[in-house]
Design a protein around this ligand. Sequence first.
Ligand SMILES: C[S@@+](CC[C@H](N)C(=O)[O-])C[C@H]1O[C@@H](n2cnc3c(N)ncnc32)[C@H](O)[C@@H]1O
Ligand SMILES: [Zn+2]
Length: 412
Amino acid sequence: MIMNLKSSVIIIVESYKNHCDLVRIILITEGKTKIEAPDPESFRTKAGDYAPSLTEVFYNPDMEFCRDISISVAQVAAAMLSKLYVCDPLAGVGIRGLRYANEVKGVARCIINDRSRDAFELIKRNISLNGLNSAVEASSTDANIVLWGNPGKFNFVDLDPFGSPAPFLDAACGSLSRRGILALTATDTAPLSGAHPRACLRRYGAKPLRTEYCHEIGVRILVGFAQRIGGLHDIALKPLLVHATRHYFRIYLLGERGAKRADADEVFKKMGYISHCNRCLRRTFNFGLVTELPQECECGEKFSHAGPLWLGKLGDEKIIHQVAQDLANRDFRLKNQEISLLSRCAEEAAGPPTFYDVNLMAGLMKKSPPKIEKLISALRSHGYFASRTHFSPTGFRTDAPVEEITKVIRGA
Ligand SMILES: C[S@@+](CC[C@H](N)C(=O)[O-])C[C@H]1O[C@@H](n2cnc3c(N)ncnc32)[C@H](O)[C@@H]1O
Ligand SMILES: [Zn+2]
């Protein structure tokens, strides 16, 4: 039987008993790769999205967008690192690892692992289905065991867990070769963005903050945490690309082991704290893990603080352009949205930490908000950095002080 789900052609392969429900295993094509996976229709919620954790073997069709971008990042990484040795230690049906091996030129070896035995069975079938038996190895153990079992062996490690990648970061850094990419997904965006601050402190040793740019704070906490774990291994980790999309954060870090001490120290020098004023929206950046924080804003209000977190650049424009170029040459069905996300990430990468919300700023001044593009060009004409941000459709990133922004909005 053949049916259509979104644009993928699906063939029902078989059914198997999962808890109390019979789950159909179907054939799905994503990118150029075929996989057998539980039928997403069997775990679609009333709201129309998917709850893949309801099935024994994980496959989330909504992550195609994220995976497509990963393919192009890996292709750019393959050009940088010559050959890729990939580990996908939390693989579900194996779609990420399989797509790397199948769609990226230069993958020499790929280990695909999931501790679920059902997932392992599907991973093995999916490797054969794509004729990848010579380059890909399946395993079924704890992710940390695979990673610790391969010290210094991988130059592309993709941690795509349920929730937080924190429990796997130490082993992932241990498995990274002298130069390599560490790709991380975090779906625990609520703690990282300040909805559950105690969980964030417990997991990441950092304080989040509810502000208009709380997702950026979350991403910066995640980057900073990974860098501190990298530091234990003498690996300097620098962000090549980060994005916050829907329910997850995704970050790609370039790691250099045994980095010159100056490089490793450089990373730590760019960690610090953000102090935010809830009254006038001023923010200050306080560099250094051990540093004095200002207590009071110039307007007299007490500052709130977030951190420790990464205060450096959130991406490398050159690399992001290469990733977008690679995507442009592929025929992924979501490529237009993927490329427009990347162009926004590239545009804002050179900017300072944090952004302002045009409605919030204008509301504070009891003015109607100006057109965001007009505001950005006015700030640029005053000599400031100004760009949009992928984090929010009403956000603008600038290094102009809050008084200058106010003047520009008044004049607009
Ligand atoms: C979010 S899913 C992976 C999704 C997959 N990477 C994809 O793109 O479809 C997380 C997977 O990790 C597996 N898992 C959870 N904890 C694990 C552990 N400690 N070791 C190995 N696998 C684990 C789960 O069985 C699940 O399949
Ligand atoms: Zn203030």
